[in-house]
Design a protein around this ligand. Structure first.
Ligand code: COD
Length: 163
């Protein structure tokens, strides 16, 4: 089955990478979709986010030789329409906590309602339960140590961005 791992990935973290790596073991094809809202500016441009994902996949021994992972940019529109267009019947979402579930469940039900798109929830690795892109940016911006929580290429990009 072809699945989509959608997210903002601004930037990719070790939590995201873990979900992508595990998805690539479970499914034939995994599309990592960088979904961005053209009217909102993130910390990194969508193309840079995609490039950081590509570098992160190359760094991780679970994904560096995986042949079934592709990266795509999705600008505006509904996720269900994108998934229909590329022929993916399901999305994979990582869950860190009950709060994530409460946030994700209405989206999952809406996507099912709109076009029978299924959502597969994968429990996140507890090591990365406290990790989100927004906290990474905040902690790094305040001078905190985020080593081990993001791939090396992301750490380098955050450091050079701040320079
Ligand atoms: N461990 C495990 N999973 C994690 C971790 C972690 N440490 N960090 C993040 N994740 C999971 C998140 O739970 C989420 O499932 C996924 O990774 C992506 O996370 P983010 O933060 O990069 O992305 P979000 O949550 O900002 O992305 C939301 C979407 C862009 C996927 C969503 O808003 C969407 O589908 N938008 C498209 C428009 C649309 O269709 N809207 C209607 C929806 S019903």
């Amino acid at each position: 089955m072809k699945v989509v791992c959608p997210g903002s990935y601004d930037p990719i973290t070790m939590g995201h990478l873990d979900i992508i790596a595990r998805s690539s073991r479970m499914f034939e094809e995994v599309v990592v979709a960088v979904v961005h809202n053209p009217s909102k500016s993130g910390r990194f441009d969508p193309e840079v986010r995609a490039d950081l994902i590509r570098r992160s996949l190359a760094e991780d021994e679970r994904t560096q030789s995986a042949q079934n992972i592709t990266i795509d940019l999705v600008s505006g529109g509904l996720l269900v329409d994108y998934c229909t267009r590329i022929g993916a019947p399901a999305v994979v979402k990582g869950l860190r906590s009950g709060t994530d579930f409460a946030y994700e469940l209405p989206m999952a039900l809406m996507n099912k309602h709109l076009s029978e798109l299924e959502t597969i929830f994968v429990p996140g690795d507890p090591k990365f339960e406290h990790v989100s892109s927004s906290l990474i940016k905040e902690v790094h911006g305040g001078g905190g140590n985020i080593e081990g929580l993001v791939p090396t290429s992301v750490l380098a990009a955050l450091r050079s961005d701040a320079a």
